[in-house]
Design a protein around this ligand. Sequence first.
Ligand code: NOJ
Length: 450
Amino acid sequence: MNKVETSFLHKNQFGDDFLWGVSTAAFQIEGAHDTDGKGPSIWDVFTSQKGKIKNGHHASNACDFYNSYQNDIDLIRELNIPNFRFSISWPRIMPTGVPPINQAGIAYYNKIIDALLSSGIEPWITLYHWDLPHDLELKGGWTNRESVNWFSAYVEICVQSFGDRVKNWMVINEPSVFTGAGYFLGIHAPGKKGITNYLKAMHHVTLATAAGAKIIRNRIPDAHIGTTFSCTHIEPATQSSKDIEAAKRVDTLLNRTFIEPILGMGYPQGDLPVLKKLNAYIVEDDLNNLSFDFDFIGLQCYTREVVKSSLLIPYIGAELISAEKRNVISTDMGWEVYPPALYEVLKKFNAYNGIKKIIITENGAAFPDTLKNGKVYDIKRTHYIQDHLEQILKAKKEGLNVDGYFVWTLTDNFEWAEGYNARFGLIHVDFDTQQRTIKHSGLWFKDFLS
Ligand code: NOJ
């Protein structure tokens, strides 16, 4: 294969210990939605409802990773990627969310782990990447305080089953996104709305994050334990005090609400007064049980947001000005392409006391790709990744803590409410034939990692 020369970046600039990887999530790639005893998740149910997902797409087959995992693991090896992040589907392990255990689900993840290890690829497990068992949602899902116990029992099973071979664990993926979109706005599964659902889910998810991490620590003494947060660089639209205050509230909501209790700082109620309503759900020992000393924090950053004050938006009094309105370059998700955002969030999270290590556990871009003569020339994605790596280098040169970079994502996959329209992969997928084609960005990454 031809060398793909497009930048002066070199892997060595990042140091020998820097971690390189690629990230995925069970619901977005596996398919096999009811195979071998798997129970339905909230996303299986949500995608079956009319009008929830663009073009009526669903993930019953997705990338068929369930059957074609060996082929995809071979591709990860071909791309020279040493670390693979994937998630466990809770309803594959426990179809109704609580025991009994589905042994076929355990056997499936054992096959994945063993195939990765025998290919020399390190497995990184995310325990919760949004696919809650539907039966638990019928009992209130994350709005039910029992969810902390349900999740803890599930984590026990996972660490007992896989902890002998898997050392890298992430407890929860992007809590602010799945609670905000799924329990406040209703645009993601389970489609619930309103401030009460949102705040209850927020508190229970935070308790579950610390509880899950403690279980891993107790069961796998040499585990490398993290959890992942979405983070976005926030700027005020103008230097008026109203816009500056509005930007501060949005920053609190999107970037601080979940990390600060984990770090033992409590919820940032002073800068976002609506969070005071959380006090109704906080009982006796909760504040002590919200924190955990993580080995690493995973940051997932894609863009920046520009914010103006708005009296029309309840609780937050702020409005995001879209990339389209600002007339700036954006991706298929409508997110501005703004690489310095990654540097800015690294600076921001470095300012916290108590974060030992930061890994960028997701970064990437959706662009409209075309497959021509067996090739996908996705130069915009290649540049997106290169430009973000430059920002990491800048941060490293300034001595900021950042120890790894995982691209989102391996293959084009099911992008939640966007369905299959938003393609993020280093590898193109023809969803009719399941044919894979490594894109230019994948070839560049392969070369870079060689
Ligand atoms: C965050 C989520 O973790 C992942 O599931 C999603 O596909 C990407 N960002 C892109 O939106």
